[in-house]
Design a protein around this ligand. Sequence first.
Ligand SMILES: Nc1ncnc2c1ncn2[C@@H]1O[C@H](COP(=O)(O)OP(=O)(O)OP(=O)(O)O)[C@@H](O)[C@H]1O
Ligand SMILES: [Mg+2]
Length: 691
Amino acid sequence: MTSPASLFDDLPEPAPKADKPELKVQAPAAPEAVAAPVETHPAPTGGAANAYSASSIEVLEGLEPVRKRPGMYIGGTDERALHHLFAEVLDNAMDEAVARHAKLITVDLDAEGFLSVRDDGRGIPVDPHPKHPGKSALEVVMTVLHSGGKFSGKAYETSGGLHGVGVSVVNALSERLDVTVWRDGHEWRQSFSRGHPLGPIEQVGTSRKKGTLIRFRPDEEIFGHGAAFKPARLYRMTRSKAYLFRGVEIRWTCAPERITDATPAEATLHFPGGLADALAERIGEIDTVTPAFAGRVEKKGEAGAVEWAVTWSPIGFGDADSFVSSYCNTVPTPDGGTHEAGFRSALVKGLKAYGEMSGEKRAGLITAEDVIANAGAMVSVFIRNPEFQGQTKDRLSSPEGQRLTEQLVRDPFDHWLTESPKQASTLLGFVIDRAEDRLRRRKDKEVQRAAATRKLRLPGKLSDCSRQAAQGTELFIVEGDSAGGSAKQARDRTTQAILPLRGKILNVASATADKLRQNVELTDLMLALGVQAGSRFSVDDLRYERIVIMTDATWTGRHIAALLITFFYRAMPDLIRQGRLFMALPPLYRISAGPLSDYARDDAHRDELLATTFKGKKVEIGRFKGLGEMMAAQLKETTMDPKKRTLARVTLPESEDEIMDLVERLMGRKAEARFDFIQQNARFAVAELDV
Ligand SMILES: Nc1ncnc2c1ncn2[C@@H]1O[C@H](COP(=O)(O)OP(=O)(O)OP(=O)(O)O)[C@@H](O)[C@H]1O
Ligand SMILES: [Mg+2]
């Protein structure tokens, strides 16, 4: 059987600090923080105050801002930022390919750490720029921010480039960068260092080739000493690019001495199967719920296309339950955006509509979260004038992304569903399960939250005692409302609280943690106690000093007591270890003879009394069917009044094995064993008498 710890391991985390809202104090840090510099640094730093004048306001020229604040352009100077330089150059080559001017891209990392990206596209224009006399277009592109051919949509329809910033940033942050352009029968070359031309553009000869080659090495002044491209990362980026456009072949080479892992030194990457192949390769052997739903649709008459592949796995995808890899104009968007939203919404709407059509009412529960919860998806869109967040383009923000994706994916999805009803209902069932899981989790959270705010919300059926402090107080857990009624009358209001439990308490030994949390009686009990289960239980949270289980002296009553003890043992064994759990010992019989009367707990006790106190007398013996049958005064006198009653403290056997054995026998799945045991050991775990 599972250990008690593991049973509660999967209880959700507590709502952060929600149980101490009253402790929230307005941060005193703010005024202090303001005051601190004044007190501790009487002289303002940075020279005399009057030196801050118009001359302090600098305007960074050319590529200076890039070197001063690289974070703004490439998101930092870490490894990710370093590799973003490659992304910029590769994106430009890919834009040429997607515009159908280039077919072949080569990527090479050489032994000295120079990275070369070459395409056979049109070549960056080299003629003098009309607005920058004395400079070629190439030099402008390489040294002026916001210069480029992708603003108007004339030279490129759907490009990943849009800011006119990318390659100039790469130039600014490279210790050395050489550009070679082949166009109009000539070969041209120009070199730069840290963004500055090392000389004018030169025509180095005639050539029939076409295209652009950018060869560069990142600047260690920016990225730190020893910063270098990682072949594995470059290769991964290259490969995923190749999947995004069937019309391109990318040849990869890398100096073997730079490779430290399984990255190939040479590879030809060309994937006519597109994203469907990419997904297949990504998920490998994993069993999926249905075959992948994949396709590609181009918008009629206009620039705009969506390609996708998605499948579902009940066991997740290795390192994650789900993943969505999305791209816009071949630029990876790891933070998602509108295209992902559109994709999700096409799937949700399609599935819901299918559910409605096929009479599956529960389809109404489905949300985007459920559809994506166990999905592995790849989505690539091509749109005009995309809008991204920032230069690293981690998130697509164009509304067009959503509209187009949803619109282009929806029809094919409806088709896919109706084409194969078996597959469709498998998927629908799977997603509905996710929705139900989600709703269950949400409910659990609510229970948890209720537990966290227990001071404010006690269960309605709890008759609390008036004393606020736990010390000297007792909670009586009774079964049923009628017993509850008697107990309420019999109690001492100041120190004794009554919680009647209704209905059946779950058999807690074999119940899952989920089931435990769903049991209203048990969650009410936790609320009343003021504690949480499992590792979050703290004796200090207990709202009462003693917890007393007060059930009928009948077999059923003992069974319920056994259930409750098992529950406490599983959910909060410390409560028992600390000696805070007790059992009341109500009588089963009332024996009287004339003015003489007494109560007997069980048959043995009755026989004992008959043989002693009542020996030789004509007795009347009454049997209580339940606590509810006793008069309040009787209950008080026999069971509840601290001055007269007897409580039994519940203790645990010494060894863990004995405990498990006991619990298993008491509450395990084998009913007969349990009945047998309870009957023989009516007081089982109860040991020493107390008070
Ligand atoms: N490989 C290439 N082939 C043809 N033209 C190129 C190539 N690389 C760059 N260009 C030209 O240089 C311009 C500037 O490139 P850059 O990467 O700086 O900006 P962008 O691609 O327009 O926008 P972004 O800043 O979003 O990348 C491009 O718009 C394009 O006209
Ligand atoms: Mg670019």
